[in-house]
Design a protein around this ligand. Structure first.
Ligand code: ADP
Ligand code: MG
Length: 208
């Protein structure tokens, strides 16, 4: 299986539509142990990404990711603007010039994004952040593509991402705004882990 540039644009637009459907859920999660802006910021960002992609004629998948990342970096506040924005730009730079993605390119995409988020934010696995969704995803995906095709490897990795996301509920936050709550941050799913999972799930439903 190969993801064409047309498919990829649809994947990104599908993510924007999925975020739109989940705004209230993300707002509620962020209100529990944060400041409640995550749903609105994600939605504003991805609406603008959708608009920019619809206006763009590019067939370069790397360029699509860079356009998306720059929207988040330049126009969206909160921790997610720079973290996801930087991640998208980094992934776009790694895939510059590609008009189709094979299973290894999809690994490059998520691996670059994860590395960028970790180096910018300094979070490690278990700190109760988006990394707890993305890192298990990347590790399982890398292992799975040795023996599986893209779609099946993605499905296996998505399941580990979901476990990681749900697992943030039992963790105490060690980084970002919610870390100020110390022990009181336990018992709530991390909102960034949730938004990362929503994006991955939407990506999968586009390719499945
Ligand atoms: P803010 O806390 O500034 O309002 P958002 O609401 O946009 O930020 O995003 C909060 C999410 O960002 C958290 O749930 C967490 O997943 C993620 N996050 C915050 N700081 C970091 C960090 N340093 N590294 C990785 N992820 C982080
Ligand atoms: Mg917030």
């Amino acid at each position: 299986m190969i993801i064409s540039e047309k498919d990829f644009k649809k994947i990104l637009i599908g993510i924007a539509d999925c975020i739109d459907k989940n705004v209230d859920y993300l707002t509620e999660l962020d209100a529990e142990i944060g400041d409640g802006d995550h749903g609105a910021n994600m939605n504003k960002g991805f609406k603008r990404i959708k608009q920019s992609l619809l206006e763009s004629e590019t067939k370069d998948i790397g360029e699509m990711l860079i356009i998306s990342g720059k929207v988040l970096l330049n126009e969206i506040g909160g921790a997610m603007g720079p973290l996801y924005g930087g991640g998208f730009v980094k992934a776009g730079m790694a895939l510059k010039g590609k008009s189709a993605l094979d299973k290894n390119d999809v690994y490059t995409l998520f691996q670059s994004m994860l590395e960028s988020i970790k180096s910018l934010g300094g979070a490690k696995l278990g700190d109760k952040t988006m990394v707890d969704t993305l890192e298990p995803f990347v590790l399982k995906y890398r292992e799975s593509i040795n023996t599986m095709e893209l779609k099946d490897a993605f499905c296996a990795a998505l399941s580990d991402a979901e476990k990681g996301m749900l697992g943030t509920k039992d963790l105490v936050s060690r980084i970002g705004r919610s870390s100020r709550l110390l022990e009181r941050s336990r018992g709530h799913i991390d909102v960034g882990a949730a938004s990362s999972y929503i994006m991955l799930e939407s990506f999968y439903s586009s390719i499945a």
